[in-house]
Design a protein around this ligand. Structure first.
Ligand code: SAM
Ligand code: SF4
Ligand code: SF4
Length: 378
């Protein structure tokens, strides 16, 4: 049976775009704004620590071939036992330390964050945190959307600021091939529509693999035009050590923008904040915005403001790390003070020199044991 009728049905659920920001903030202004927030912890390359990504679970209900290939993440794979996960209280305590040190955005990710029991309570507690200047912290989530339909309103009520939903294709067979699952596109679209109804700003991440889902690019672009949803094309990355990444399967973001622009002219937009990794483009006809995350072909290490907390409480200062920079769970469970935790974070960030994507060509061929994205937090 064709999926098209269901897709068309959901099209009506997606709220039409109202207006698109026509006066983006310049990155200079954003730096100024970040300085006004009081604390700016800089690393060895003068990059501020602003964004915290928390992997709340290393488990997932999908097996995307580029992230958790089923041959590796099968029934014999040793996922973390419950006792090794940071508890929700431990996560909140660590997050509060990060916020005191200048973090203004927290993204809950994984694995699939909606598989973590109590995630709504976690959002509620995190959304009560305040920066040193009394501002609310931006609480975001990245989810595959499969379980989102029934949870979107509760997440919004708990204080979630925004959500990014990953969706690599509208064609059911391609979606199932990419996610190596029997999950349906319609379940994800229903989740997206529910998030919109709940009033959550929604972005879509589409990882593009040449020869697998590049034929879906135009269809996805057309589907999300005029919906108020920003579709972002993500270059397939060599994260982890199990996805068998080869450069030939990467579709450069520039190629995608050119392809879309040939049918729907695009105009570049300025980044909306420092540390924004996506380049933004607006449809010249006012139909909305798209983004590209070109971590392979247009690297952005020089403005990377992200730190990651793994499911079991280890800190990582780069997505391509081979080892952790600090074990916060050991400090938490060793009875250490908030001040000690703060010092460990400061130490970690101030010594940071990571720039993997800039030196990928030199180091990618060397034997490395990179941490998997599902554990470190995508
Ligand atoms: N399970 C959630 C999801 O898929 O949205 C959150 C975790 S996932 C690791 C976070 C993001 O990383 C997703 O948008 C996913 O598409 C992206 N991702 C995973 N592996 C990737 C890879 N090898 N290259 C590029 N993006 C990747
Ligand atoms: Fe799961 Fe997200 Fe990884 Fe896909 S990308 S396997 S949905 S964690
Ligand atoms: Fe940041 Fe590391 Fe990615 Fe560079 S390679 S942008 S330092 S996470």
């Amino acid at each position: 049976m064709s999926n098209l009728p269901a897709l068309v049905t959901y099209m009506h659920d997606v709220i039409p775009i109202q207006s698109i920001s026509s006066s983006p903030v310049s990155s200079g202004e954003s730096v100024q704004r970040s300085l006004m927030h009081g604390v700016v912890l800089s690393d060895a390359m003068r990059r501020p620590m602003q964004d915290l990504r928390i992997s709340v679970t290393d488990r997932c209900n999908l097996r995307c071939t580029y992230c958790m290939p089923r041959e590796i993440f099968d029934q014999n794979h040793a996922f973390l036992p419950r006792s090794e996960l940071l508890t929700l209280e431990e996560i909140v305590r660590v997050a509060a330390s990060f916020v005191r040190l200048g973090v203004r955005k927290i993204r809950l990710t994984g694995g699939e964050p909606l598989m973590r029991r109590g995630i709504e309570q976690l959002v509620e507690k995190l959304s009560a945190l305040r920066t040193n200047t009394g501002d609310a912290v931006d609480i975001a989530m990245t989810s595959n959307g499969v379980l989102l339909e029934a949870r979107a309103q509760a997440l919004k009520n708990a204080g979630l600021s925004r959500i990014t939903v990953s969706l690599d294709a509208l064609d059911e067979a391609i979606f199932q091939r990419m996610s190596d699952s029997h999950a349906s596109v319609n379940s994800v679209l229903a989740g997206i529509a529910a998030a919109q109804r709940a009033g959550l700003p929604v972005k879509i991440n589409m990882v593009v693999k040449r020869g697998v889902n590049d034929g879906e690019i135009m269809r996805m672009a057309e589907y999300f035009r005029n919906t108020g949803i920003v579709l972002r094309f993500v270059e397939y990355m060599d994260v982890g050590s199990t996805n068998g990444w080869v450069m030939d399967e990467v579709v450069p973001a520039r190629e995608i923008v050119e392809m879309i622009s040939a049918r729907y002219p695009l105009v570049p937009l300025v980044a909306s904040c420092t540390g924004e990794v996506a380049s933004r483009w607006a449809y010249a006809d006012g139909a909305g915005e798209i983004g590209q995350i070109a971590s392979v072909t247009q690297v952005f290490c020089h403005e990377c403001t992200r730190i990651r907390l793994s499911t079991d409480g280890k800190l990582y200062t780069c997505l391509f790390a081979e080892q952790s920079n600090a074990d916060l769970r050991a400090l938490l469970r060793g009875g250490r003070s908030d001040e000690d935790i703060g010092h460990a974070i400061e130490n970690c960030w101030q010594n940071r020199t990571d720039r993997y994507s800039e030196i990928r060509n030199e180091v990618a061929r060397l034997p490395r044991n990179k941490i998997e994205m599902s554990y470190i937090g995508g």
